[in-house]
Design a protein around this ligand. Structure first.
Ligand code: ADP
Ligand code: ZN
Length: 722
């Protein structure tokens, strides 16, 4: 027997399937998609068996061993990897590795062990007279076919031993999963008539339809998802629910657990490698039928998919941007939906422009939930012109008078407040008052952020940190001053104004320890804090019934980023955070502070007018030839020599121009952050509607630079960042 094995090599240029001989004694273990260990040069590597053949012309090396009992990549995933490779122009092995939890990748030294528990079955008791303790033990089997050893030993260890010797208790091993879910009593809200209508439409729809569920914040989208999942469960099928990592809170998981108990498997970054491995195995074995997780959960090896749900479908987190394969989990969802002939539901209160455009064209079926559950109204939104506040001098620090008043009012009533500032640290830059010098990262083209808590200046790009000082390195005056505001500073101002309020700051700095994010959300939910202050981490997916005020300290942070999506991102972030207010019986309010009060992204948020925003933004996109009217590809060149980058960039542009007749080519130009960690970055942007030779041309270019030792070229389809 000969097998074709795909291995992980450090070089992208060797992405090939290599043939190996299978020793006779291993033949019966070999299946397509199984993991094996093979000799490769002087090394031993792990890889996946992708082909089984009968002969090969060459004399071959033998595989060393079969790593697992079970297949890791099933047929569907193997096929999916090939599609991903073609669409993203990445290596095939990278497409498979990204699908798997760490412990299952083809990579040595990452394995975790299976754990087992001992259970007992009941043997024949007819011949034996039981005394009290023994009877108690046997009674445990009245409602169960098998019982865990610990449970029985808690009654009497010696009796268990005796009964085992008499073959009345028959032991066996069962896999132990590191996580367990509670099977709680079934709990479910009767749907509102709006929710019911949406559910009916999906029930009556075609099995492979894609739906866009456009439902305002608090309209009960999650409840709709759960109802549809229940249908699917009743048909004996499985479901995948994708949520952004940031909304994968205990709240969300608990809601699913309350309804579906141990049929769920949840993937989030707080799980250990062992826990993720176990969840994967539960899915493979069919023990878990509903998978909830962030981006990579779309690869869960469920069989018989009945529905795929992508909640907050507008979220950037569904696109892997930083490393190859640069895939979109939504594309994968659509692909898997086709494979399984099952519906895909994309849900959002602020659909991405491209999804809404597809719904308008009829590519997606549009479902709407225009009202909040229980007829609550959406929160009232006040916009504050901070130019005026600064001029009139009526503000206090970074707080307008109206925001201060409203916070006071809510605190007095025992209600809770959420404040958003999308910038962590104390101040976003440090400038010399004497000579105007701004402290930059020595490795990156970016200003350092002052963190007062640790008294450090930090680079948010490469992690560089230095002790904060006040003497300027240029003019040597003691005149360095922190400017620009971050969450730490706002926390300080809050404390000075509301001495008795309990304030919880939530950002990357306070939530980096494992489990902190979850702890904080639970504490806020239990009303241990009055004010939750944070970066966009506080904006998404949370459902706190006692929050009646949301304040946005500075709505302009995301507006000022030079990116064609900055208005869309701002509209969506502000609408989402506003949606945290007044979700239950008490009505909610929102205060948005901005230096751009007339900006359309902000005024449409104030009016809760998604459609108005959509129409206005689409006009601009059409005019500037941006998505969804055009597709984009971003080609990133990086290296240490920026002259060389520019020169090669121009070469690339010229050769692409020859191939691509219907494509607009922009650049090469320096990236938004030109230098990160001593590496310079240039970008070329391609815009096209239809381009016959695009993949061919990009493939050629990619191959040309594969082994270039000074320049790295990355191709990113439908980029999120430049
Ligand atoms: P969304 O996901 O659209 O923001 P949720 O599904 O989180 O909305 O619902 C908002 C709140 O309303 C939640 O607390 C939820 O439990 C509650 N809710 C949703 N649907 C119903 C219903 N049919 N009956 C009662 N409460 C509901
Ligand atoms: Zn840096």
């Amino acid at each position: 027997m000969i097998v074709g094995v795909l291995v992980q090599l450090s070089s992208k240029s060797v992405d090939k399937i290599f043939d190996y001989k299978v020793p006779f004694e291993l033949e019966s273990f070999i299946k397509i998609g199984i993991r094996v260990e093979v000799p490769f040069g002087h090394q031993k590597l792990e890889g996946f068996v992708l082909e089984i053949k009968n002969k090969s012309l060459l004399s071959l090396k033998e595989i060393i061993r079969v790593v697992d009992q079970d297949v890791i990549l099933n047929e569907e995933l193997i096929q999916l990897g090939k599609v991903m490779q073609e669409r993203t122009l990445s290596s095939l092995i990278s497409c498979y590795q990204v699908m798997l939890p760490k412990a299952l990748k083809a990579k040595k030294g990452t394995h975790v062990t299976l754990k087992y528990d001992t259970y007992y079955r009941l043997g024949d008791i007819s011949e034996y007279k039981l005394h009290t303790r023994q009877q108690e033990i046997v009674d445990c089997f009245q409602d169960h076919h098998y019982v865990k050893k610990e449970v029985l030993c808690a009654i009497s260890r010696s009796s268990v031993k005796t009964l085992e010797e008499k073959h009345i208790l028959i032991p066996f091993q069962r896999e132990h999963y590191r996580l367990s879910y509670e099977d709680r009593p079934f709990c479910k809200n009767p749907l509102t008539s709006e929710q019911q209508r949406v559910v009916e439409r999906v029930r009556r729809g075609r099995c492979d339809d894609v739906y866009l569920l456009f439902g305002v914040t608090g309209s009960g989208k999650t409840e709709v998802y759960m109802e549809l999942i229940e249908d699917v469960l009743n048909q004996g099928k499985t479901s995948i629910v994708l949520v952004p990592e940031i909304s994968l809170t205990p709240q969300m998981i608990e809601r699913f657990e309350r309804r579906f108990g141990s049929q769920i498997a949840a993937f989030h970054s707080a799980l250990s490698d062992g826990e993720k491995y176990d969840e994967w195995r539960r899915i493979c074995k069919g023990d878990a039928k509903i998978v909830i997780g962030a981006r990579s959960a779309i690869f869960a090896p469920v069989k018989d998919l009945g529905i795929i749900i992508v909640d907050e479908e507008h979220s950037d987190s569904y696109k892997q941007e930083d490393s190859a394969p640069r895939y979109s989990a939504i594309d994968i969802a659509l692909e898997r939906g086709k494979y399984h002939h099952c519906p895909v539901i994309l849900g959002s209160a602020t659909p991405s422009l491209s999804s809404y455009a597809r719904a308008q064209k009829g590519v997606y079926q549009l479902l709407e939930l225009p009202n909040r559950v229980n007829q609550q109204s959406l929160p009232t939104i006040f916009t504050v012109d901070m130019n005026q506040e600064f001029k009139s001098g009526s503000r206090h620090g970074h707080f307008s008078i109206i925001l201060i008043q409203k916070i006071k009012e809510k605190l007095e009533r025992g209600e809770q407040v959420i404040l958003l500032l999308n910038r962590r640290g104390y101040s976003s830059f440090v400038t010399c008052k004497n000579c105007g010098y701004t402290v930059k990262c020595p490795h990156c083209d970016i200003t350092l952020t002052y963190h007062k808590v640790s008294s450090m200046l930090r680079c948010h790009y490469c992690g560089y940190a230095e002790k904060n000082i006040i003497r300027c390195s240029q003019c040597h005056e003691e005149a360095l001053t922190p400017l620009g505001v971050g969450t730490e500073k706002i926390e300080e101002e809050l404390k000075s104004m509301f001495a008795h309020a309990k304030i919880l700051r939530m950002d990357v700095d306070t939530t980096s320890r494992k489990g902190m994010h979850q702890k904080m959300i639970t504490a806020f939910q239990n009303r241990e804090y009055d004010i939750l202050l944070g970066t966009q981490i506080v904006a998404k997916g949370l459902d706190f019934s006692n929050v009646t005020l949301v304040g946005v300290i500075n709505a302009d942070t995301s507006l000022n980023i030079p990116d064609f999506r900055s208005s869309e991102n701002t509209f969506s972030l502000l609408s989402q955070v506003a949606g945290r207010s007044g979700r239950s019986k008490k009505s909610g309010e929102v205060v948005i502070q901005t230096f751009n009060p007339t900006h359309y992204a902000i005024s449409y948020v104030q009016k809760h007018d998604y459609l108005g925003f959509y129409q206005e933004e689409m006009k601009i996109r059409r005019l500037l030839k941006y998505p969804p009217y055009y597709y984009l590809v971003y080609i990133k060149l990086s290296g240490k020599d920026y002259n060389l980058l520019e020169k090669e960039g121009i070469k690339i542009r010229k050769s692409l121009e020859k191939y691509l007749k219907d494509t607009i080519i922009l650049g090469p130009s320096p990236a938004f952050v030109f230098k990160v960690n001593h590496i310079y970055r240039y970008g070329i942007i391609l815009k096209y509607k239809k381009e016959e030779h695009l993949y061919e041309a990009l493939k050629l270019m990619d191959e040309h630079y594969l082994n270039h030792n000074q320049i790295k070229v990355d191709i990113n389809f439908n980029p999120i960042h430049f």
